[in-house]
Write a protein that binds this ligand. Structure first.
Ligand code: GAR
Length: 189
């Protein structure tokens, strides 16, 4: 059994989908949620789904305390599902090629510091893009720059608002993120 930990800073809809997907899995177990935002919707989801939740602040993240918690829980893989802080070097090194992020655009477009959530969808509409999509990639010490694993795209219509772009992206995220995680983990067993 491989244990995964899911980091989320917001609503946590992807985190919930991942839990659902692996409920009956004999190979992959969602062991822990970790959250840095006391206001995040993922906190209620953790309670409802009965997944243990660890709250942490910036100093615990930077000092390596969070890595210690992951190691104590025998975590094999880390999934970032709407997590908005840069991952510190100590964690990238402790989980080399074992951290996977999802980004709501077709990287390298609309990535980097400050490009997350609604900022991405607004930029896509402002730039009059005719398509956007999602990217699943490995995490290194730079925002949105690790090795690419998977992309899927959708058309953006001239009449689309940022919330339309967001909705289309989330449909793809919920469909593909769990199965891509499964494939990557099983291939790298
Ligand atoms: C997702 O759309 C994810 O791609 C995005 O945050 C959203 C979280 O939604 N991540 C980023 O922007 C990271 N740069 P959720 O909390 O409902 O899963």
């Amino acid at each position: 059994m491989k244990n995964i930990a899911i980091f989320a800073s917001g609503s946590g809809s992807n985190a919930e989908r991942i839990v659902e997907y692996f409920t009956d899995s004999e190979q992959i177990n969602v062991k822990l949620f970790l959250c840095n935002n006391p206001e995040a919707g993922v906190i209620q989801r953790a309670e409802r789904l009965q997944i243990p939740l660890v709250m942490f602040d910036r100093s615990a993240f930077k000092s390596g305390e969070v890595v210690k918690i992951l190691q104590e829980n025998q975590i094999d893989w880390v999934i970032l599902a709407g997590f908005l802080w840069l991952v510190p070097k100590n964690m990238v090194e402790a989980f080399l090629n074992r951290i996977i992020n999802i980004h709501p655009a077709l990287l390298p477009k609309f990535g980097g510091k400050g490009m997350y959530g609604h900022f991405v969808h607004e930029a896509v509409v402002e730039n009059k893009e005719t398509e956007s999509g999602i990217t699943i990639h490995f995490v290194n010490e730079h925002y949105d720059e690790g090795g690419m694993i998977f992309q899927a795209s959708f058309p953006v219509l001239p009449t689309d608002l940022p919330e339309d772009v967001a909705r289309k992206g989330q449909v793809l995220e919920h469909k593909y993120f769990p199965e891509v995680i499964e494939k990557v983990i099983l291939v790298n067993r």
